[in-house]
Ligand binder design. Structure first.
Ligand code: FAD
Length: 446
């Protein structure tokens, strides 16, 4: 390590976000960057503690002590090589990973100031693209053909790994472009889609074939391949079957998020097709990350107000609250950049019915609840508190998660990766799963 005691004098410094009044009018990335000297100083804070919890916590097994050291010493190319050895696409995780490595960082445990691994990762990768450290490989072919179904992060990593091992890889996707939820879920203000295009361009130059608008029946896979990787994600959103569900104005989160990303990519929609929050009182049902992305998108579309409700209790910021029967960890209170832009947030709220007039949504009847410990053990019991109330809304976005799909029985040459196996998860986990699937395919042939 170049400077093992740097953490004693240099504090964590984040690049920060564009000011709300500026960013709220566009879909450009919210996160800013540090200058390269500050970035190197941040890398110097990694103390190579010898107990690499960061490495263990990362599903990809990233090695922050190694690439932080290279970055601190100014060897950006080595830093990229080390980073890329475990992480195929650090430009994605560098932007949108919740950075499990930082949660596990010893500097977090003792000082609450973990090394800025995620931002360092993004900086190293941007530098690598700018300086042409991202090489185009021309693997020797082994004569075997693999089809990857689904071009999300899991499918892309599987395709990349297999291609580099010499397999001829064709990626099929039902969408018109690659990226899965990176492109058609996560808003541009978190991940600029040019970042995906840039990587797909590298993969194509390296020999991967992409076939779009191909909705593949996974029980009848395309012929002519020696093996298959199914990485189709969790496309079905959890619905809310309460009275009034048919009213105009009730949408799934992805109806809005995917369309907005398509609009930014140049797609055109008629007024009737547009799912727009412009001038509306928006109610987001679901307190997770998808809900938060809806809030940021609604702001940028020009909504009148936005409220987010969650059926679970407000997570405590500190240790477990004895009055709350649900475990706090890992549900710590999270304030995203979208929340910073303005939003009424409420917890312990159950939705009873959608209310409307002339077929159009005007509000949602909700009930405040409390969770009581279950005397028989198991799931806590929900109890109403007071009387129901109506939250005024002319747009509702359902952001209550996604259902894990049922897969047909798989042949020995068919492998699975990503959210389709785990259920809804994280980009970093999907990528790790894509890498594992590629290894299993390779083992299958040896
Ligand atoms: P997906 O990304 O869902 O990709 C699956 C692909 O398969 C899609 O391209 C789809 O079109 C294709 N496909 C499906 N069925 C077929 C078929 N029959 N034939 C052909 N193609 C098919 N995670 C984070 O780590 N950080 C975040 O900030 C974050 N934000 C999120 C925001 C939103 C709104 C959502 C919904 C999720 C977010 N996630 C985030 C979760 C993350 O996006 C997913 O865990 C990850 O994308 C899963 O990757 P995957 O490759 O398994 O599936």
């Amino acid at each position: 390590m170049g400077n093992p005691k740097a953490f004693l004098t240099i504090h964590r410094k984040e690049a920060g976000h564009r000011p709300v009044h500026d960013r709220i009018h566009d879909f450009g990335e919210v996160e800013q960057t540090l200058n390269s000297n500050d970035r190197r100083m941040q890398a110097s804070r990694c103390m190579d503690c010898g107990v690499p919890f960061c490495h263990w916590a990362c599903p990809l097994g990233n090695k922050p002590p190694e690439w932080n050291d290279a970055l601190y010493k100014g060897d950006w190319e080595l830093a990229y090589r080390l980073l890329n050895s475990t992480n195929d696409f650090p430009e994605f995780t560098g932007r949108i990973c919740p950075a499990l490595c930082e949660k596990a960082c010893v500097l977090n445990l003792v000082e609450h100031e973990p090394t800025t691994n995620r931002e360092n990762e993004a900086a190293i990768t941007e530098h690598a693209f700018e300086e042409n450290y991202v090489r185009i490989h021309h693997p020797e072919r082994n004569g075997k053909k693999v089809a990857v179904i689904g071009a999300g992060p899991a499918g892309l990593v599987a395709a990349n790994r297999l291609n580099l091992k010499g397999y001829m890889v064709t990626v099929f996707d039902k969408n018109e472009d690659a990226g899965g939820l990176l492109r058609y879920g996560i808003p541009n203000f978190k991940l600029n889609k040019a970042v995906i295009d840039r990587r797909i361009d590298v993969l194509m130059q390296e020999g991967i074939t992409f076939k779009y608008n191909q909705n593949i029946d996974v029980s009848k896979l395309p012929e002519g391949f020696d093996a298959y990787v199914i990485a189709t994600g969790t496309p079905t959103a959890r619905d809310l079957a309460i009275p009034g569900r048919e009213l105009k104005g009730v949408y799934f989160a992805l109806d809005m998020l995917a369309q907005q990303n398509r609009v930014l990519a140049g797609c055109e929609y008629t007024k009737d097709q547009l799912v727009s929050a412009k001038g509306k009182d928006v109610l987001v049902i679901g307190g997770g990350d998808t809900g938060s992305d809806c809030i940021g998108t609604a702001h940028r579309q020009g909504c009148k107000s936005v409220t987010q409700i969650e059926i679970m209790p407000k997570p405590a910021e500190g240790p477990d609250d004895p009055a709350n029967p649900w475990p706090n960890w890992p549900r710590t209170l999270k304030t995203t950049t979208s929340h910073e832009e303005g939003c009424t947030r409420r917890w312990n709220i159950n939705s009873l019915k959608f209310i409307g007039k002339d077929g159009k949504l005007t509000g949602v009847e909700v009930q405040e609840i409390t969770w009581k410990p279950n005397p028989e053990g198991g799931r806590p019991i929900m109890e109403a508190v007071g009387s129901p109330e109506v939250i005024k809304a002319d747009m509702v976005l359902l952001a209550m998660g996604f259902l894990k799909p049922e897969l047909p029985e798989l042949a020995p040459n068919v492998f699975v990766a990503g959210d389709v196996v785990s259920g809804p998860s994280l980009v970093v986990r999907a990528m790790a799963s894509g890498r594992d699937a590629a290894e299993k395919v390779d083992k299958f042939f040896h």
